[in-house]
Design a protein around this ligand. Structure first.
Ligand SMILES: C[S@@+](CC[C@H](N)C(=O)[O-])C[C@H]1O[C@@H](n2cnc3c(N)ncnc32)[C@H](O)[C@@H]1O
Length: 212
Protein backbone atom coordinates (compact mmCIF):
# COMPACT_ATOMS: atom_id res chain seq x y z
CA UNK A 1 0.00 0.00 0.00
CA UNK A 2 1.18 3.50 -0.80
CA UNK A 3 1.08 5.23 2.59
CA UNK A 4 3.07 8.18 3.91
CA UNK A 5 5.39 5.64 5.59
CA UNK A 6 6.00 4.03 2.21
CA UNK A 7 7.41 7.33 0.88
CA UNK A 8 9.39 8.13 4.02
CA UNK A 9 10.99 4.68 3.86
CA UNK A 10 11.83 5.10 0.20
CA UNK A 11 13.68 8.32 0.96
CA UNK A 12 15.45 6.65 3.90
CA UNK A 13 16.54 3.77 1.68
CA UNK A 14 17.58 6.09 -1.16
CA UNK A 15 15.04 4.44 -3.49
CA UNK A 16 14.27 7.64 -5.38
CA UNK A 17 14.49 6.52 -8.99
CA UNK A 18 11.94 9.21 -9.87
CA UNK A 19 14.45 11.99 -9.11
CA UNK A 20 16.27 13.71 -11.97
CA UNK A 21 19.26 15.95 -11.40
CA UNK A 22 18.50 17.99 -14.48
CA UNK A 23 15.56 20.35 -15.02
CA UNK A 24 12.65 18.63 -16.75
CA UNK A 25 12.80 19.48 -20.49
CA UNK A 26 8.98 19.55 -20.75
CA UNK A 27 8.91 22.24 -18.04
CA UNK A 28 11.36 24.43 -19.97
CA UNK A 29 9.51 23.87 -23.24
CA UNK A 30 5.91 24.20 -22.09
CA UNK A 31 5.85 26.46 -19.03
CA UNK A 32 3.45 29.26 -20.04
CA UNK A 33 4.15 32.97 -20.11
CA UNK A 34 3.02 34.22 -16.73
CA UNK A 35 4.13 37.33 -14.93
CA UNK A 36 7.13 37.40 -12.63
CA UNK A 37 6.14 37.19 -8.99
CA UNK A 38 3.28 34.79 -9.68
CA UNK A 39 2.72 32.27 -6.89
CA UNK A 40 3.57 28.78 -8.12
CA UNK A 41 2.59 25.62 -6.23
CA UNK A 42 4.57 22.39 -6.68
CA UNK A 43 2.78 19.54 -4.88
CA UNK A 44 4.77 16.45 -3.87
CA UNK A 45 7.94 18.21 -4.98
CA UNK A 46 10.64 15.83 -3.75
CA UNK A 47 14.01 17.56 -4.17
CA UNK A 48 13.32 18.46 -7.75
CA UNK A 49 15.66 20.81 -9.63
CA UNK A 50 12.48 22.15 -11.23
CA UNK A 51 11.79 24.14 -8.05
CA UNK A 52 14.98 26.10 -8.53
CA UNK A 53 14.33 26.64 -12.24
CA UNK A 54 10.90 28.11 -11.44
CA UNK A 55 12.31 30.34 -8.69
CA UNK A 56 15.04 31.55 -11.08
CA UNK A 57 12.34 32.61 -13.57
CA UNK A 58 11.19 35.09 -10.93
CA UNK A 59 8.21 33.21 -9.49
CA UNK A 60 7.30 32.88 -5.84
CA UNK A 61 7.61 29.10 -5.47
CA UNK A 62 6.11 26.82 -2.83
CA UNK A 63 6.84 23.10 -2.88
CA UNK A 64 5.08 20.66 -0.56
CA UNK A 65 6.86 17.47 0.43
CA UNK A 66 6.43 14.80 3.08
CA UNK A 67 10.05 13.75 3.52
CA UNK A 68 12.43 15.78 5.71
CA UNK A 69 15.32 14.06 3.89
CA UNK A 70 14.13 15.48 0.57
CA UNK A 71 14.05 18.96 2.09
CA UNK A 72 17.53 18.76 3.61
CA UNK A 73 18.98 17.28 0.40
CA UNK A 74 17.31 19.92 -1.78
CA UNK A 75 18.78 22.85 0.14
CA UNK A 76 22.13 21.08 0.60
CA UNK A 77 22.52 20.02 -3.04
CA UNK A 78 21.78 23.56 -4.19
CA UNK A 79 23.98 25.33 -1.60
CA UNK A 80 21.02 27.27 -0.26
CA UNK A 81 20.65 28.39 3.32
CA UNK A 82 17.16 28.52 4.80
CA UNK A 83 15.15 29.10 7.92
CA UNK A 84 12.43 26.90 9.36
CA UNK A 85 9.16 27.81 11.02
CA UNK A 86 6.62 25.41 12.51
CA UNK A 87 3.08 26.22 11.34
CA UNK A 88 0.61 23.79 12.88
CA UNK A 89 1.56 20.29 11.74
CA UNK A 90 3.72 21.66 8.93
CA UNK A 91 7.31 22.89 8.81
CA UNK A 92 7.89 25.78 6.45
CA UNK A 93 11.47 25.99 5.15
CA UNK A 94 12.20 29.31 3.44
CA UNK A 95 15.34 29.86 1.34
CA UNK A 96 17.48 32.91 1.96
CA UNK A 97 17.79 35.23 -1.01
CA UNK A 98 15.29 33.42 -3.24
CA UNK A 99 11.47 33.31 -3.33
CA UNK A 100 11.32 29.61 -2.61
CA UNK A 101 9.77 27.63 0.25
CA UNK A 102 9.34 23.94 0.86
CA UNK A 103 6.48 23.08 3.18
CA UNK A 104 7.28 19.81 4.89
CA UNK A 105 4.30 17.65 5.76
CA UNK A 106 1.29 15.91 4.31
CA UNK A 107 -0.04 17.76 1.26
CA UNK A 108 -3.59 17.14 2.46
CA UNK A 109 -2.80 19.20 5.59
CA UNK A 110 -1.64 22.14 3.46
CA UNK A 111 -4.45 24.67 3.16
CA UNK A 112 -2.95 27.87 1.73
CA UNK A 113 -4.84 29.32 -1.21
CA UNK A 114 -4.32 31.92 -3.94
CA UNK A 115 -1.73 30.17 -6.13
CA UNK A 116 -1.56 31.49 -9.70
CA UNK A 117 -0.05 28.34 -11.16
CA UNK A 118 0.68 24.73 -10.38
CA UNK A 119 3.40 22.41 -11.69
CA UNK A 120 2.75 18.68 -11.26
CA UNK A 121 5.45 16.27 -12.39
CA UNK A 122 5.22 12.75 -10.92
CA UNK A 123 2.72 13.91 -8.28
CA UNK A 124 -0.69 12.90 -9.66
CA UNK A 125 0.84 9.60 -10.82
CA UNK A 126 2.26 9.01 -7.32
CA UNK A 127 -1.23 9.08 -5.78
CA UNK A 128 -3.19 5.80 -5.63
CA UNK A 129 -6.39 5.73 -7.66
CA UNK A 130 -8.72 5.90 -4.65
CA UNK A 131 -7.18 9.22 -3.53
CA UNK A 132 -6.67 10.83 -6.93
CA UNK A 133 -9.98 12.68 -7.05
CA UNK A 134 -9.36 14.06 -3.55
CA UNK A 135 -5.85 15.12 -4.62
CA UNK A 136 -7.12 17.05 -7.65
CA UNK A 137 -9.94 18.68 -5.68
CA UNK A 138 -7.48 19.67 -2.95
CA UNK A 139 -5.16 21.14 -5.59
CA UNK A 140 -7.98 23.05 -7.32
CA UNK A 141 -8.90 24.56 -3.96
CA UNK A 142 -5.37 25.93 -3.57
CA UNK A 143 -5.50 27.74 -6.96
CA UNK A 144 -7.11 30.96 -8.14
CA UNK A 145 -9.96 30.51 -10.68
CA UNK A 146 -7.67 31.73 -13.52
CA UNK A 147 -4.70 29.60 -12.52
CA UNK A 148 -2.44 27.83 -14.98
CA UNK A 149 -1.54 24.16 -14.61
CA UNK A 150 1.31 22.23 -16.21
CA UNK A 151 0.90 18.50 -15.62
CA UNK A 152 3.13 15.59 -16.65
CA UNK A 153 1.54 12.14 -16.50
CA UNK A 154 2.36 8.54 -17.36
CA UNK A 155 0.11 5.93 -18.91
CA UNK A 156 1.00 2.35 -19.67
CA UNK A 157 -0.46 -1.11 -20.09
CA UNK A 158 0.77 -4.49 -18.86
CA UNK A 159 2.17 -4.82 -15.34
CA UNK A 160 0.35 -2.18 -13.24
CA UNK A 161 2.50 -2.18 -10.11
CA UNK A 162 2.98 1.49 -9.21
CA UNK A 163 3.95 4.08 -8.21
CA UNK A 164 4.19 5.62 -10.68
CA UNK A 165 0.62 4.69 -11.50
CA UNK A 166 -0.79 4.73 -14.98
CA UNK A 167 -3.31 7.55 -15.45
CA UNK A 168 -5.03 7.24 -18.81
CA UNK A 169 -6.01 10.25 -20.93
CA UNK A 170 -9.73 9.96 -20.20
CA UNK A 171 -8.94 9.91 -16.44
CA UNK A 172 -6.89 13.12 -16.75
CA UNK A 173 -9.85 14.70 -18.57
CA UNK A 174 -12.32 13.47 -15.96
CA UNK A 175 -10.17 14.66 -13.06
CA UNK A 176 -9.12 18.06 -14.38
CA UNK A 177 -12.11 18.91 -16.58
CA UNK A 178 -12.82 20.35 -20.01
CA UNK A 179 -10.12 23.02 -20.04
CA UNK A 180 -7.14 20.73 -19.92
CA UNK A 181 -5.27 20.18 -23.18
CA UNK A 182 -2.65 17.57 -24.07
CA UNK A 183 0.37 19.35 -25.55
CA UNK A 184 2.77 16.50 -26.23
CA UNK A 185 3.55 12.88 -25.52
CA UNK A 186 6.36 10.43 -26.00
CA UNK A 187 6.47 6.63 -25.82
CA UNK A 188 9.31 5.89 -23.38
CA UNK A 189 9.21 2.18 -24.19
CA UNK A 190 11.13 2.84 -27.39
CA UNK A 191 13.71 5.01 -25.62
CA UNK A 192 14.65 3.03 -22.55
CA UNK A 193 14.49 -0.68 -21.78
CA UNK A 194 13.86 0.06 -18.06
CA UNK A 195 10.25 0.74 -19.01
CA UNK A 196 9.83 -2.61 -20.74
CA UNK A 197 7.81 -5.12 -18.81
CA UNK A 198 5.67 -8.22 -19.24
CA UNK A 199 2.99 -7.75 -21.90
CA UNK A 200 3.57 -4.01 -22.11
CA UNK A 201 2.95 -2.34 -25.47
CA UNK A 202 3.23 1.32 -24.47
CA UNK A 203 4.61 3.53 -21.68
CA UNK A 204 3.70 7.05 -22.54
CA UNK A 205 4.66 10.30 -20.87
CA UNK A 206 2.25 13.15 -21.61
CA UNK A 207 2.29 16.88 -21.00
CA UNK A 208 -0.96 18.69 -20.24
CA UNK A 209 -1.81 22.29 -19.63
CA UNK A 210 -4.63 24.45 -18.43
CA UNK A 211 -3.93 28.06 -19.33
CA UNK A 212 -5.87 30.53 -17.22
C1 LIG B 1 7.29 10.31 -7.43
S1 LIG B 1 7.93 11.46 -6.30
C2 LIG B 1 8.01 12.93 -7.32
C3 LIG B 1 8.84 14.03 -6.73
C4 LIG B 1 9.00 15.26 -7.63
N1 LIG B 1 7.74 15.80 -8.09
C5 LIG B 1 9.93 14.99 -8.80
O1 LIG B 1 9.52 15.23 -9.93
O2 LIG B 1 11.06 14.54 -8.57
C6 LIG B 1 6.58 11.77 -5.23
C7 LIG B 1 6.96 12.57 -4.00
O3 LIG B 1 5.79 12.88 -3.26
C8 LIG B 1 6.05 12.78 -1.89
N2 LIG B 1 4.74 12.54 -1.26
C9 LIG B 1 3.98 11.43 -1.36
N3 LIG B 1 2.83 11.57 -0.69
C10 LIG B 1 2.84 12.84 -0.17
C11 LIG B 1 1.93 13.59 0.61
N4 LIG B 1 0.75 13.09 1.00
N5 LIG B 1 2.26 14.84 0.96
C12 LIG B 1 3.45 15.39 0.56
N6 LIG B 1 4.36 14.70 -0.17
C13 LIG B 1 4.07 13.45 -0.53
C14 LIG B 1 7.06 11.65 -1.78
O4 LIG B 1 7.83 11.70 -0.61
C15 LIG B 1 7.89 11.85 -3.04
O5 LIG B 1 9.00 12.67 -2.80
Amino acid sequence: MVTNEFWLERWQAGRIGFHRDEVNPWLIQYWPQIGRGAKVLVPLCGKSADLLWLANQGYDVTGVELSPMAVVEFFGDNDLTYQTEQVGSLKVHTAHGLALRIVEGDYFDFHETGFDACYDRAALVAIPEEKREQYVLHTKQRLTPEATLLLITLSYDGDQAGPPFSVLDFEVNELWGDWIRKLASEDLLQLDERYQSHERTFYEESVWRITG
